[in-house]
Design a protein around this ligand. Structure first.
Ligand SMILES: Nc1ccn([C@@H]2O[C@H](COP(=O)(O)OP(=O)(O)OP(=O)(O)O)[C@@H](O)[C@H]2O)c(=O)n1
Ligand SMILES: C[C@](O)(CO)[C@H](O)COP(=O)(O)O
Length: 264
């Protein structure tokens, strides 16, 4: 697929692409191990409030009004198991979009690319959402999707950084590291998912950057390398990523609070 990235630039004065017939899909990379969370099942399958994290993430994104398809990217040896657990967990839910499960790859980037390859032609807008962000509110999902439909080629939810951030000369864990700078915090944002894209833009970024043997830690980073404009919209405190054990404690507390308020 060949595209000219300037077709999608919002600051260059060119019109946004016509995606009027495209519908919206979510790709959920869920094939990671969760090394930083510690020993146990793959992270997406670890329990939160009595259900695997992945089930919460699927539910949160599938409840967004405009989503017509969810593609779950499972560990490559766990596709059938993930299919079975989603069928069972979501049996009672009414009005959910189609959910398909495909095998993932070695890295998050590989898994997202494999998820994108499973999308039908009818999809014009793609949201990519970590299974490891199980508590994202459906309103945040919908806001990202709406911003893409309104013409932004790439949309990232994010929050202002609350700590002061230092740049250092890396020396390895535990060793004192010389400080090389203190970026202006007012210009920094901590980015979350779902990140939303015009489907062609994201597919092109993954194809081209992968062919160059390059990578990025998020999908917007891939698209930035094409020179396409990326915009930030407000993220949500409850869309945090479960990365380390304490994050799981926080996620349990947030879920318990929602349930106590009858909000889940
Ligand atoms: N090969 C991979 C690696 C990661 N992911 C997914 O990407 C999301 C965000 O990644 P991260 O939180 O880093 O998950 P892990 O890679 O599982 O964590 P760790 O780096 O601690 O092993 C997760 O939903 C994870 O399942 C994936 O689909 N395929
Ligand atoms: C995509 C992401 O969740 C945005 O914050 C993040 O970049 C995933 O990266 P990680 O390094 O694997 O945590």
């Amino acid at each position: 697929m060949s595209i000219d990235s300037t077709d999608f630039a919002t600051s260059g004065g060119t019109a946004p692409p016509d995606r009027s017939t495209g519908s919206t899909a979510v790709v959920i990379p869920a094939a990671g191990r969760g090394v930083r969370l510690g020993p146990g099942a793959p992270k997406a399958l670890r329990e939160l409030g009595g259900a695997p994290m992945l089930v919460h993430a699927v539910r949160a994104t599938a409840r967004a009004r405009s989503v017509t398809l969810v593609v779950v990217v499972a560990p490559s040896d766990g596709v059938r198991g993930v299919r079975a657990l989603l069928d069972e967990a979501l049996l009672e839910e009414r009005g959910l979009p189609d959910i398909v499960v495909v095998p993932g790859g070695e890295t998050r980037q590989d898994s997202v690319r494999l998820g994108l390859e499973a999308l039908p032609e009818t999809i014009g807008t793609v949201l990519v959402h970590d299974a490891a962000r199980p508590l994202v509110p459906a309103d945040t999902v919908e806001a990202v999707a709406a911003a893409v439909r309104d013409g932004a080629p790439a949309v990232v939810p994010a929050l202002p950084v609350t700590d002061t951030v230092k740049e250092v000369e890396p020396r390895g864990a535990g060793r004192p590291e010389p400080v090389t700078g203190t970026p202006d915090r007012s210009r920094l944002r901590a980015v979350q998912t779902p990140q939303g894209f015009a489907r062609k833009v994201l597919a092109e970024a993954h194809a081209r950057i992968a062919a160059e043997g390059e990578g990025a830690t998020d999908d917007a980073g891939m698209v930035e390398r094409l020179g396409v404009d990326v915009v930030v919209v407000p993220g949500h405190e409850e869309a945090f990523k479960v990365t380390r054990p304490l994050d799981l404690v926080l996620a349990e507390a947030v879920l318990a609070r929602r349930r106590a308020r009858d909000e889940y």
